[in-house]
Design a protein around this ligand. Structure first.
Ligand SMILES: [Zn+2]
Length: 272
């Protein structure tokens, strides 16, 4: 039966279909054992590691899932140097590239990701003094006037996504080929959930430099105006939206984007 919070595990679909060699999930120790158990029950090979990850270097349990133990171990081995206490940016970029390839991400998108590491975390441009949210930097790099909704990677917290990597551009051909296959698998595996996912991913989204995001309804004209906004929600009706997202959603219809921060928020019209 499908509960209200049922969602498609797109990474598992992609792995099982051979589109991806391995999956990597950063979780708390408690979440990690549940995740590992779930994947093992589906017949996957699972290995784990522990270490600091992300821009903030918070301690996480890393769960690596693959169809066979060798591929799971290879993904873990690729990340091991990155869990070391300190690495110069060049080494970090090199190992992050290795990990990205082990996880089956498109080469061009991996290259864009490692370029951001070399630029410095949170830096929009090399040499910038100020830092912004890493999702904003990646979305700024990937920005195109008509972003393809299938590459919408800004709702990972809500578990709404076809891709879990940062596309080099929101119209990257390799990323789109992957996303289109995952979408096909989603429709084949659970049609109703796939329709919900598509509806959510196609909503125009505003992302601030601090990382807050909101779904926006636009009035189209010479320059689109936000007439209504809503904090993104997970499929689970009990899940609370992020408070920072709610603040943004409340302010969006009243203020122009330029009034909402410097650098101003990005408007990604995934409905275009
Ligand atoms: Zn790409």
């Amino acid at each position: 039966m499908h509960g209200g919070h049922q969602r498609i595990d797109v990474e598992w679909l992609a792995l099982a279909a051979g589109l991806k060699p391995a999956i990597r999930i950063a979780a708390t120790a408690l979440e990690a054992s549940a995740i590992a158990g779930r994947f093992q029950a589906m017949g996957a090979a699972v290995v784990t590691a522990r270490g600091p990850v992300g821009v903030h270097r918070h301690e996480h349990t890393l769960v690596y899932v693959a169809r066979d133990p060798e591929a799971a171990a290879a993904a873990r081995a690729a990340e091991r140097p990155l869990l070391a206490t300190h690495l110069p940016p060049r080494d970090k970029a090199y190992y992050a590239g290795e990990l990205g390839r082990r996880l089956g991400y498109p080469r061009c998108c991996v290259d864009a990701f490692t370029a951001r590491i070399l630029r410095g975390p949170g830096k929009l441009r090399a040499g910038d003094r100020d830092s912004v949210h890493e999702d904003y930097v990646a979305a700024h790099d990937a920005y195109v006037a008509k972003p393809d909704w299938r590459l919408n990677n800004l709702l990972l917290r809500q578990h709404l996504r076809l891709v879990t990597f940062e596309p080099c551009r929101y119209d990257c051909g390799l990323a789109l080929a992957f996303a289109a296959e995952v979408l096909r698998l989603c429709h084949a595996s659970d049609g109703p959930s796939a329709h919900v996912l598509v509806d959510r991913l196609q909503r125009p989204l505003v992302l601030t430099a601090a990382g807050a995001r909101a779904w926006a309804r636009l009035e189209r004209g010479a320059s689109p105006r936000v007439v209504a906004a809503e904090a993104p929600r997970a499929g689970d009706p009990a899940a609370r939206p992020d408070p920072a997202d709610e603040v943004l959603a409340a302010r969006l219809p009243r203020l122009a984007l330029a009034e909402l921060g410097d650098p101003p928020p990005l408007l990604l019209d995934f409905s275009a």
